[in-house]
Design a protein around this ligand. Structure first.
Ligand SMILES: Nc1ncnc2c1ncn2[C@@H]1O[C@H](COP(=O)(O)OP(=O)(O)OP(=O)(O)O)[C@@H](O)[C@H]1O
Length: 256
């Protein structure tokens, strides 16, 4: 990932008026925000539109309306799509890789696909696999790795490819408490612009400096964790304030 001098000054990803319809279902309804450097959590109940939004930002599905820019390139523009897609990576809940390739082969290949010269891709893969704690498994076939390890491989390919914008869909879902802790520790070290969708308020509290809350396709809150916690009803116990704040902005049914 490239570094940037000004978190406030530089927007690495800009989403404008995004609408996604699946037949009669409006999964995203005029969603707009800009992301600078740092970790933002995207929260919402099942079906709120989180995966749809991450997929749209990653260039995986042309939205019904609106636009997405990554590192200044229109993700869905004819000429700008290629450079945009080099700068963004989505780590899905269940990454799918060819099971007969090794972790190193896949990470190096995908880094090369993103534009890294082939002479540097192998070393970049080794460095990235070390960063995600998989150096001992770099020669393992992907078919032999656990789900949590495959998520780390997917993260490594994004790190090796030096993307500007990293999108993670529910990175701790399905992990045991020990794996979850080490995933959170790893995510805390990520530079650049990171957008993490999560149901797990503990992850959000540990990681995010900004929260975007989606409800029924609408942005119902965009601000700091402490501002969301302040929306909790008076008397809410301390450890439940974030979750209670989220529930109350959903119930209020209006943008913060
Ligand atoms: N390919 C699709 N075809 C039709 N409807 C879809 C499709 N993908 C998502 N939807 C619908 O769009 C809405 C948003 O779904 P999405 O998967 O984006 O939500 P989510 O917040 O990621 O949910 P979850 O937390 O359960 O993963 C839901 O009503 C869902 O049923």
């Amino acid at each position: 990932m490239t570094s940037s001098s000004g978190r406030e000054m530089t927007s690495r990803a800009v989403v404008r008026g995004l609408v996604q319809e699946y037949g009669a279902v409006r999964a995203l309804d005029d969603v707009s925000f800009a992301l600078g450097e740092g970790i933002t959590a995207l929260i919402g109940a099942n079906g709120a539109g989180k995966s749809t939004l991450l997929t749209a930002v990653a260039g995986g599905r042309r939205p019904t309306a609106g636009s997405v820019e990554v590192a200044g390139h229109d993700v869905y523009g004819r000429r700008t799509r290629r450079p945009a897609l080099r700068r963004v990576a989505l780590v899905p809940q269940l990454p799918r890789f060819p099971s007969n390739l090794t972790a190193r082969e896949v990470v190096a290949y995908l880094a090369w696909m993103r534009g890294l010269p082939s002479g540097r891709a192998g070393q970049a893969a080794d460095d990235a696999l070390e960063r995600v704690g998989l150096e001992a498994r770099r020669s393992s076939k992907l078919g032999s790795l656990s789900g949590g390890m495959l998520r780390r491989v997917a993260l490594a390919q994004a790190l090796a490819g030096e993307v500007d914008v990293l999108l993670l869909d529910e990175p701790s879902t399905g992990l045991d408490p020990h794996q979850r802790r080490s995933m959170v520790d790893l995510l805390q070290t990520l530079p650049g612009t990171v957008l993490i969708s999560s149901h797990v308020m503990e992850d959000v509290a540990d990681l995010a400096e900004r929260i975007i809350a989606l409800h029924e396709g609408l942005v119902r809150f965009d601000g700091t964790p402490s501002a969301l916690a302040d929306r909790a009803p008076a008397g809410t116990t301390e450890h439940r304030r974030l979750e209670a704040g989220f529930l109350s902005v959903c119930l209020e049914g209006r943008a913060a």
